[in-house]
Write a protein that binds this ligand. Sequence first.
Ligand SMILES: C[N+](C)(C)CCCC[C@H](N)C(=O)O
Length: 263
Amino acid sequence: MQVRLQTQNTYRGIVDCMVKTYRHESLLGFFKGMSFPIASIAVVNSVLFGVYSNTLLVLTATSHQERRAQPPSYTHVFIAGCTGGFLQAYCLAPFDLIKVRLQNQTEPRAQPGSPPPQYRGPVHCAASIFQEEGPRGLFRGAWALTLRDTPTLGIYFATYEWLCRQSTPDGQNPSSATVLVAGGFAGITSWVTATPLDVIKSRMQMAGLKQREYQGMLDCMVSSARQEGLGVFFRGLTINSARAFPVNAVTFLSYEYLLHSWG
Ligand SMILES: C[N+](C)(C)CCCC[C@H](N)C(=O)O
């Protein structure tokens, strides 16, 4: 939904977008482009959390167990988060591009005799982009994605740490409930700050298709704001935040759980 709201101008809001998607494409319309991101979550999150915790290890020279007694500074947490964000962006870029392209296909389900959709599925989509736009085509919008994720993942981990420390007595591990709530709010904070660049990123990824071509990120920002007003930078905010809470609550709970069980 958020991709469609951000890149198309045919919807009046979330409800309108949902109703139209359902009418046109049935329930399946809500799951377009989903199989690939699910497969990519494992890869992308292990890069993100792996780089984050190893950077923190290098910066603070304390292991995870020692860290409860000697908590790392927020600057270190932020830098480690940014490093993780920077590196995961490159793994995420092609997966995210394919998701955005597939989710923007609004054709109804194939009926006999009707022309097939441009992309038949994630693999076909990747192959067509490779053929039509070259190998670099798979990294379209990657810079916008990197700019979106580097600072906002720093914010993500710093918010998480701060919230955990607020509700945990010194030297103790946060409870599962704390981890869930802190993770959820960290996700929301991160998405709120990431949304303006998320809109630009999605539009750059769609360029090169039938949508207009942009000279670069700045051109995309300026022309979007000129044509649609500053509100354009907040498209998809509600839906991103609503999705962010449960997703990131579970993400952090799994992370903490794995760290403890590996000792
Ligand atoms: C940095 N940015 C806000 C884009 C993402 C932050 C959270 C990442 C998580 N995998 C999710 O999908 O919610």
